[in-house]
Ligand binder design. Sequence first.
Ligand SMILES: [Zn+2]
Length: 202
Amino acid sequence: MMRLLRVLFCAYIMVVIVNAMPEPKDPRVPFKFYSRQDWGAAPANDTVPLNTPVPYVVIHHTYIPGACHTFEECSRSMLSMQNYHGVTLDWGDIGYNFCVGSEGGAYEGRGWKTKGIHAGRANGISVGICLIGDWRSELPPSMQLETTKALIESGVEKGFIRPDYKLVGHRQVMSTECPGGALYEHISGWEHFSPTFVPMKA
Ligand SMILES: [Zn+2]
């Protein structure tokens, strides 16, 4: 009888402790995510649906603008890119699906469901992620790299990226130095990196 009471008391204490703990953060989103609304995006004028799940992820850098380290700086970079891509180049919106800042924030560009304009023939079969900054000779801070990986992972979990996706740098799809030599060298060690770009059927 005493033993049963002890067990019941311990179980009661466990319930009290567990209930007193703070709500765990969603483990699938281990980074700050900023929606278009958060960074003050203008409405998109080009919204072709993306056929998902996509078989490719294409990695970019901006070169210009340079790295941003706060939400305010990164929001300004997003707005300047949206203006350049959307108005100056007449693409109707920022070209990338997502961007990532050096402070570790992920910024929604066209998002998961809209075809981007970032890598020519790969646009319709990929999600384009841009690491804001010039990564030709310098590597992005680890937070920026980790958020990029986690963002891709969340895309797989949400069903927008194929679990067997291939990761490539922009330079493998088109003639460009993007995503910069240092960053390209680094992502070539990532698990899903593909040394060649041979488009699979989406
Ligand atoms: Zn690029």
